[in-house]
Design a protein around this ligand. Structure first.
Ligand SMILES: O=c1ccn([C@@H]2O[C@H](COP(=O)(O)OP(=O)(O)O[C@H]3OC[C@H](O)[C@H](O)[C@H]3O)[C@@H](O)[C@H]2O)c(=O)[nH]1
Ligand SMILES: [Mn+2]
Length: 393
C-alpha cells in the first residue's frame, strides 16, 4: 500500500525541466527540511573550498556533485573564471546544467512559514513567478496582476496586459535579512520575522508583550512578511541576492555570471550584486521581466560582519561608480542575443570601469572567458561535463 501511495505523489511542476544549484562548504543536512519539496528534483551541488573534504548529503536525493578538481578538469584554463572560496562558485552549476530553469539556494536557508503558519514551498512559488508574465513597462499598483486574488487595476492599458516574459524570480528571507556588513554591525539583533509565534513555545501573552516592548525600546525590530510579488520596472536596477533565486536559464543563463570573488580577489560578497546589475540591463534590453517578493525562505546563519566588511569594503566603495555606469549604458540594437549583449557589456566594463581599478579589467576578461566556457559546454557538440550521479538509494 505504501508503494502505491508513494507512486501516487503528485509530479511537481517542471520536475524534469529544473535543476536546483547549491554552493556549499558545509554538510547538506538542511535538505532534510526541504525533502518534501526538493526530493523529486535533480540537484547540482558545487562544493567550494577543499575538494578532499567529504560533504554529507542525505540519502534519496538525485544529484551531481562538483568540487574544484572537477571544475578544473572540465573547464581547463577557463576554470580561472570560476571563483574559489566564495559562493560565486555556484554559477558553475548554472553552466553545467542542461535544464531550462534553475533554482539556487544557500545551505543555511530553511523552509519558512507564512503568517498562517503554513510551510512555504518556495520552489513552487518561484515556478509560478517564472511561468507567469511580468509587467516591466507599466507598473501595476496592485502588485502581480497574474497572482491569485489580484488583477490589473483601472487605467492599466489593455494593450499591455499580455505582459512580458519573466526571466528572473528573486525571493526574500525571514529571520536573518541579507544586510551588508555595516548594516549588520549597527543592527546586530535585527530580525525579519513574521511575528512572535515562536515565542509562544516559552512565554505567555503578557510576557511576550513585555518582550516585544523591550525589544521595541532597544532595537527597531521589523516584522516584514510582505505578501506581494512585484515586477522591477524597466530602467531600474536592484540588489539581487543569490540566496533564494530562480531564473529561466535558457533565456538569461549566459548573463548569470557571478564574477571573480573570494580567494585571490580584492572583493567578495558582491557576486550576486554584479550578476544582478548585468542581468537587469540585459533583461531591459531584451524586454524581459524580473520579479521580486514571494517566496520567503528562513535564513538561519548570520555570517561574521567583520569578515564580511573586509570582503565587501571595495564593493561598497566601487558600487558608487559601477551603478551609474549600468544605469547610463545602452546596449546597441545589433545585440540580439544574451551572449552578444554580455560580450558588449564586458567591453564596456573594461573601457569604463577599468579606469577605476585594474580589477575590472580582470573581471571583464573573466566575463569573456565565462561566455566562451558557456558556449563550449552548451553548444550541440560541446564537451560533456557530467559528474557521476550521486543518487543514494
Ligand atoms: O567560501 C564560501 C562561503 C560560503 N559558501 C556557500 O555560499 C552560501 C552562502 O554562504 P553563507 O550563508 O555562509 O553566507 P551569507 O553571508 O549568508 O551569504 C550571503 O552573502 C554572500 C552571498 O551573496 C550569498 O548568496 C548570500 O546569501 C552557503 O551555501 C555556503 O555554503 C561557499 O560556497 N563558499
Ligand atoms: Mn547565509
Amino acid at each position: 500500500m505504501a508503494q502505491l501511495y508513494s507512486s501516487m505523489k503528485p509530479t511537481p511542476m517542471l520536475k524534469d525541466e529544473l535543476d536546483i544549484v547549491i554552493p556549499t562548504i558545509r554538510n547538506l543536512d538542511f535538505l532534510e527540511m526541504w525533502r518534501p519539496f526538493f526530493e523529486q528534483y535533480h540537484l547540482i551541488i558545487v562544493q567550494d573550498g577543499d575538494p578532499s573534504r567529504t560533504i554529507n548529503i542525505p540519502k534519496g536525493f538525485d544529484y551531481e556533485l562538483y568540487n574544484r578538481n572537477d571544475i578544473n578538469r572540465i573547464l581547463g584554463p577557463k576554470s580561472s573564471c570560476i571563483s574559489f572560496k566564495d559562493s560565486a562558485c555556484r554559477c558553475f552549476g548554472y553552466m553545467v546544467s542542461k535544464k531550462k530553469y534553475i533554482y539556487t539556494i544557500d545551505d543555511d536557508c530553511f523552509v519558512a512559514k507564512d503568517p498562517s503558519g503554513k510551510e512555504i514551498n518556495a520552489l513552487e512559488q518561484h515556478i509560478k513567478n517564472l511561468l507567469t508574465p511580468s509587467t516591466p513597462h507599466f507598473f501595476n499598483t496592485l502588485y502581480d496582476p497574474y497572482g491569485d486574488g489580484a488583477d490589473f487595476v483601472r487605467g492599466y492599458p489593455f494593450s499591455m496586459r499580455e505582459g512580458a516574459i519573466t526571466a528572473v524570480s528573486h525571493g526574500l528571507w525571514l529571520n536573518i535579512p541579507d544586510y551588508d556588513a555595516p548594516t549588520q554591525l549597527v543592527k546586530p539583533l535585527e530580525r525579519n520575522s513574521r511575528k512572535f509565534d515562536n515565542a509562544h513555545l516559552f512565554l505567555n501573552d503578557e510576557e511576550i508583550n513585555a518582550y516585544v516592548l523591550l525589544i521595541g525600546l532597544v532595537f527597531v525590530v521589523i516584522c516584514r512578511y510582505v505578501d506581494a510579488v512585484m515586477t522591477i520596472p524597466k530602467g531600474t536596477l536592484f540588489p539581487m541576492c543569490g540566496m533564494n533565486l530562480a531564473f529561466d536559464r535558457e533565456l538569461i543563463g549566459p548573463a548569470m555570471y557571478f564574477g571573480l570573488m573570494g580567494d585571490g580577489q580584492p572583493i567578495g560578497r558582491y557576486d550576486d550584486m554584479w550578476a544582478g546589475w548585468c542581468v537587469k540591463v540585459i533583461c531591459d534590453h531584451m524586454g524581459w521581466g524580473v520579479k521580486t517578493g514571494l517566496p520567503y525562505i528562513w535564513h538561519s546563519k548570520a555570517s561574521n560582519p567583520f569578515v564580511n566588511l573586509r570582503k565587501e569594503y571595495n564593493g561598497i566603495f566601487w558600487q558608487e561608480e559601477a551603478i551609474p555606469f549600468f544605469q547610463s549604458l545602452t546596449l546597441p540594437k545589433e545585440c540580439t542575443s544574451v551572449q552578444q549583449c554580455y560580450m558588449e557589456l564586458a567591453k564596456l566594463v573594461k573601457e569604463k570601469l577599468g579606469k577605476m581599478d585594474p580589477y575590472f579589467i580582470k573581471l571583464a576578461d573573466g566575463m569573456v572567458t565565462w561566455i566562451e566556457a558557456w558556449e563550449e559546454l552548451n553548444s550541440p557538440d560541446g564537451i560533456e561535463a557530467k559528474a557521476p550521479n550521486g543518487k543514494d538509494e
